[in-house]
Design a protein around this ligand. Structure first.
Ligand code: M6R
Length: 363
């Protein structure tokens, strides 16, 4: 039931504070992540993890890419991420001690399921599934599983599934990191608990985002830029826009601009940039000036510490202060709203975009 919302997608975007609360419920005790929530035998298995291989599709894959940054930074072990349709059909090499993680909202995505089955023929340490549907094929066929507790997601464009996957991926990162001497767990758990409030604050930017959306209605292309953990957030923002508004959107790590995409920048190519406060902010700012120098119009979601010259070529939405590690979760929300309002203005079928199915059970 959509309730008072015009579309399921908008309802699901607005559910995110509650969803995050549900993801954390029963998973945290005295500032620490409980390991039993991953299933029986989880602790023994986690003790042996030396490497991680993540496999997923679409939005779930984008969540996996964020997790790669987190795992390599906070755990300090190698993490690889691949789309399931590639992984399943190529010869892959499994290093001893590798934990195989699948991420899926539905748990029925054909490619992800087949990738898991392929991987089971190799000597992976174990198989963990991060999923929103208990009792799905993916969960049944994995050794360990942790639910994202997002509730049913009806809109084809994944929103709350993505943020809930990110929260679960952070819980997973923390249980692995404690085995490698990471001492910041309590701090990060406290930040996870603050997410609920931050999500509410970001949702309150809705009217500003709705206004920003007007600039995209007559556009045919858009470029999304981010760096570090925010690069996959840019990819996810571009995916949302193309899926529901049919505007061709591409995401690039901002540092790649000069290696090609800068050639596309002109007044008809809106550039959406995501600039939380992190160690790459200055570098990103320099990239953004390159865009402006080429006549590109910038749509910026930024921390208050970002320094950008005001101008007619800039539409800026300032986000509340967000702890750096939490930025991918928080900054994905305005991009969902942007895609949503552009699609509404264009009059496309938001919840059921053409040619797409909610669950891709055939390859
Ligand atoms: O159910 P899954 O998470 O396995 O689905 C994977 C993709 O099909 C899905 O995320 C798709 O990309 C969404 N429509 C994106 O919004």
């Amino acid at each position: 039931d959509k309730g008072l919302y015009r579309h399921y997608m908008l309802k699901e975007i607005y559910e995110q504070p509650d969803v995050i609360a549900r993801v954390l419920e029963g998973r945290i005790h005295q500032g620490h992540v409980l390991e039993q929530v991953f299933g029986s035998g989880a602790s023994e298995l986690f003790d042996q993890v030396k490497m991680v291989q993540i496999v997923a599709c679409g939005t779930s894959y984008n969540a996996g890419v964020v997790a790669r940054y987190w795992i390599e930074k906070l755990v300090g072990i190698p993490c690889m991420v691949e789309v399931a349709s590639e992984f399943r059909y190529r010869k892959t090499v499994c290093m001893p001690g590798t934990l195989f993680i699948t991420i899926s909202q539905s748990g029925e995505t054909a490619d992800t399921l087949s990738a898991l089955r392929e991987a089971k023929e190799q000597n992976y340490l174990g198989f963990l599934s991060i999923c929103n549907v208990a009792g799905s094929s993916l969960v049944r066929e994995s050794d360990l599983a942790i639910m994202t507790n997002a509730g049913p997601e009806i809109g084809v464009a994944s929103t709350k599934a993505f943020t809930s996957q990110l929260v679960v991926l952070m819980l997973t990162t923390l249980v692995l990191a404690r085995r490698y001497g990471f001492d910041g767990e309590q701090e990060i758990v406290a930040q996870l608990e603050q997410l609920i409030d931050l999500t509410e604050q970001v949702l309150a930017l809705d009217p500003q985002i709705q206004k920003m959306a007007e600039h995209f209605v007559d556009k045919h292309h858009a470029l999304f830029l981010g760096r570090g953990t925010i690069y996959p957030v840019a990819v996810e923002g571009a995916l949302k826009l193309k899926e529901i508004s049919y505007i061709h959107a591409e995401a690039y790590p901002a540092g790649e601009l000069k290696h090609g995409p800068l050639a596309l920048v002109d007044e008809d190519m809106p550039v959406v940039a995501i600039a939380p406060n992190n160690s790459l902010l200055e570098k990103l700012q320099a990239n953004l000036e390159e865009v402006r120098a080429r006549g590109g119009k910038l749509f910026l979601f930024a921390d208050s510490k970002a320094q950008v010259k005001p101008g007619n070529d800039l539409e800026l939405i300032t986000l509340p202060d967000v702890p750096t590690v939490m930025a991918p979760i928080i900054y994905s929300i305005p991009l969902q709203l942007l895609a949503y309002y552009v699609a509404c203005l264009k009059g496309t079928d938001v919840d059921q975009p053409r040619n797409l199915a909610k669950s891709v059970t055939v390859e």
